[in-house]
Design a protein around this ligand. Structure first.
Ligand code: PMP
Length: 422
């Protein structure tokens, strides 16, 4: 990322960046690019959910959804999402409103009850570690911190985690019990796992007999490009490789319908599904089937999900295009930044020169542009290169996205040229 500049040229660029930054601060902006939340217009697309199920209370098999029971969730909703999440409906559960909650619960259950294939509970082991492809999702890392699980960062590549590192770490250390994966349009790089990565994850020998892949397919249907990305079916690949219990699949409609009132899914081998159901039966008498019926009536089928996601795409795509266009116009050729051009999902990753990310985020905040804290994309909040910034353009309006990215580019120039001049 270095471009040779004469001292005079650098002084000129730095002077201009300082002036632009002063002007930016003077605008008194108040913009927030922190979290990947759907915008109000995206939520409006699902407004009909609020008037459903419109007096109906029978599921397809006659179940009265107002009552207790149905721990697995409505079969017709599980059918609908089987294709999206690549899990046979019989092995897919439709549960509460949050997949993060399910990941939390799976960790708690694994801590307190022996997972299939294990000899002891995780809590009885001296040390538990998870591989954390980085940059990754900060809430995965928070869960590890919450439960005292050591985090081992693994570099993320455009094809998924660095599999040479993953294979070596899982083979040599029985304390490595899991890995976090966001396989499609990952948070925050937007990269998707290649078929080779999926095949290697399914087949790799692991020292821990109870190793689990937490396959958080949060963006399975969230395309931005004209051609949707398809990833290989990890659950099937694990079964074929003789490791049927290796993967826990998670997903939800949080960014399909309503982020606060969607439906979350868990999919896995029959053995793992029985394990989770048995433990869930202790904590709940059944999920919110009225919300599940509402989703069935609203989305109708897998084609309905696709059509709905096209409408989401129409709202999100211009915002992501604006990010790419403005970064290119303002920072292209400066050698100060690279960024991802995601084909789906909710995030763009911006890389600035080493040692600059925290300062860029600080300067942006001073100018009224709030970004996810630098470092949040890495275990323990520590990006060793201090270079990665996550951009979440979904929530602000298109005009606000433009203002925010223009302002962010000014901060990158200011901090980048200051560092070069130092
Ligand atoms: N996983 C990933 C990778 C996410 O980005 C998010 C939302 N930011 C979630 C899970 C949260 O999902 P849910 O709303 O289903 O809890």
């Amino acid at each position: 990322m270095t471009t040779e500049l004469s001292p005079d040229a650098l002084t000129g660029l730095l002077e201009r960046a300082r002036q632009d930054y002063q002007a930016l601060v003077g605008r008194g902006l108040s913009l927030d690019l922190t979290r990947g939340k759907p915008a109000p217009e995206q939520l409006d697309l699902s407004e009909d959910l609020l008037s459903l199920p419109d007096g109906r209370h029978a599921a397809a098999d006659g179940t009265d959804v107002r009552n207790y029971g149905g721990l697995q969730g409505l079969p017709e909703l599980r059918e609908m999402f089987a294709e999206v999440l690549q899990v046979p409906a019989a092995q897919l559960l439709a549960l509460g409103n949050s997949s993060l909650e399910l990941m939390h619960d799976c960790l708690v259950h694994a801590m307190l009850s022996v997972v299939p294939g294990a000899e002891t509970r995780w809590v009885d082991q001296e040390r538990i570690a998870f591989l954390c492809p980085a940059p990754g999702y900060d809430r995965h890392f928070s869960l590890c911190e919450r439960f005292g699980i050591d985090m081992i960062p693994v570099p993320m590549t455009p094809e998924g985690p660095d599999m040479d590192a993953v294979e070596r770490l899982v083979a040599e250390d029985p304390a490595v019990k899991g890995i976090w994966c966001v396989p499609k349009y990952s948070n925050p790089t937007g990269d998707s796992y290649s078929d080779a990565t999926v095949a290697r994850l399914a087949a790799m020998p692991t020292a821990a007999p109870d190793f689990r892949i937490f396959w958080d397919n949060a963006y399975a249907a969230h395309h931005l490009a004209d051609e949707p990305v398809e990833i290989a079916d990890l659950l099937a690949a694990c079964a074929e490789a003789g490791n049927p219990d290796r993967v826990f699949v998670f997903g939800s409609t949080s960014k399909i319908t309503m982020a606060g009132a969607g439906v979350a899914f868990f999919g896995s081998s029959p053995e793992n599904v029985r394990w989770l159901l048995a433990h869930n039966a202790k904590r709940s008498i059944g999920p919110d089937k009225i919300n599940q019926l509402r989703h069935v009536l609203f989305l109708r089928d897998a084609d309905g999900v696709r059509a709905h996601m096209e409408r989401q795409r129409a709202l999100l795509k211009p915002k992501f295009e604006a990010v790419g266009r403005i970064l290119e116009a303002e920072l292209g050729g400066t050698g100060l930044a690279t960024w991802t051009s995601p084909k789906g999902g909710y995030f763009v990753t911006l890389e600035v020169p080493e040692g600059c990310a925290k300062e860029v985020v600080r300067r942006a905040a001073e100018a009224g542009i709030v970004l996810t804290p630098a470092g949040a994309t890495h275990p323990y909040g520590d990006d060793p290169r201090d270079a990665v910034i996550r951009i979440a353009p979904s929530y602000p309006s298109p005009a606000e996205v433009e203002q925010a990215i223009e302002g962010l580019a000014v901060c990158v120039r200011l901090v980048g040229y200051e560092k070069r001049a130092a």
